[in-house]
Design a protein around this ligand. Structure first.
Ligand SMILES: NC(=O)c1ccc[n+]([C@@H]2O[C@H](COP(=O)([O-])OP(=O)(O)OC[C@H]3O[C@@H](n4cnc5c(N)ncnc54)[C@H](O)[C@@H]3O)[C@@H](O)[C@H]2O)c1
Length: 293
């Protein structure tokens, strides 16, 4: 019974804190789960997404449910971001304690351009939306003095930043940059305002952005078989974000934190090997040549 009440009421880990959650599109979004958990843990928050996403998705429903102001903004646009921080401080009645950057998009992935045939305009857009926006967010916040001392800023990453994953394409470059921005800005923000900046490297998760990756279902299955604890769900990712926003992790900064059931430390698992041994035919063409994709 106590467990149930705890689950419903939360543990007040974020009591009295103000947060901004970027990137909740629908109830599959990782940001959606983070927003719900943050409020459950006592925070008051605002939400932000692009105008198009607000029209196409169901972010409005979440805003209503959580009694959170929804501020449309393109995260690549500095004046939009200034509006998000200004309006959030006004709506929440003070400076911000935590920010979630849960934003990613690659036009090259969408248009199915392979990594050796990238459209460079599209690559710029991928990097701007998925990585540089994280820098813009923090530069805006710092100049506006919008984040409280000992605040926490998190962006979501993926293991393709370190290791090549078939089909992840130019998003791998964006994630590598995102993690680097966390370190570089984390140094300055930490030194000057004790604000901590980290990335959480999450398991493949069935969401709108995730499902756009080529071969995504196989990737989910493979990492599930490779991970001793299995893939981490969006809800579990939200739990981890809450701990990182809370005062329990005040000295954790400039880190890329793997939240992947152990996947990133594995080489080969019994479960993956069993599957691997089943067939080699699928990766050869009619002349017996290996297809690399
Ligand atoms: N789903 C996965 O397998 C997985 C794994 C690891 C990391 N991630 C990362 O998690 C984050 C959230 O993705 P998700 O899986 O919840 O998918 P999602 O599609 O629900 O969220 C992506 C969000 O990015 C927003 N967005 C796109 N362009 C934007 C812009 N210009 N300005 C502001 N917002 C913009 C979208 O509207 C959407 O809300 C992304 O950074 C993604 O790369 C996802």
């Amino acid at each position: 019974m106590n467990q149930l009440i705890k689950k419903i009421m939360g543990n007040n880990l974020l009591k009295g804190k103000r947060g901004i959650v970027f990137g909740a599109l629908n109830d599959k979004s990782i940001a959606w789960k983070v927003a719900e958990r943050a409020v459950e843990e006592g925070a008051i928050i605002t939400l932000s997404n692009t105008l198009l996403a607000v029209r196409m998705g169901t972010t409005n429903e979440l805003a209503e449910k959580l009694n959170a102001k929804l501020i449309p903004a393109d995260a690549t646009n500095v004046s939009d971001l200034e509006q998000v921080f200004a309006q959030s401080m006004e709506a929440l009645g003070g400076k911000i304690d935590f920010v979630l950057h849960s934003i990613g998009m690659s036009p090259n992935v969408r248009k199915k351009h392979t990594y050796d045939n990238l459209d460079y305009e599209m690559l710029n857009t991928t990097l701007d939306i998925s990585a540089i926006s994280f820098h813009k967010m923090m530069q805006v916040a710092k100049k506006m003095e919008a984040i409280n001392d000992w605040g926490s800023v998190i962006a979501l990453s993926y293991n393709a930043a370190q290791r090549t994953m078939y089909g992840y394409n130019d998003m791998a470059d964006a994630k590598a940059m995102l993690e680097s921005v966390a370190r570089s800005f984390g140094y300055i923000y930490g030194r000057e305002h004790n604000v901590r900046v980290n990335t959480i490297s999450q398991s493949p998760t069935v969401t709108t952005a995730g499902s756009g990756v080529k071969g995504f279902d196989s990737l989910v299955d493979f990492s599930e078989r490779m991970s001793p604890l299995g893939n981490a769900t969006a809800e579990e990712c939200a739990d981890y974000c809450i701990v990182m926003f809370s005062d329990l992790t005040r000295k954790v900064t400039m880190q890329n934190l793997f939240h992947d059931g152990g996947f990133s430390s594995m080489g080969m698992s019994y479960r993956a090997m069993e599957q691997y041994l089943k067939s080699f035919d699928g990766i050869k063409d009619e002349n017996g040549k290996i297809i690399y994709g």
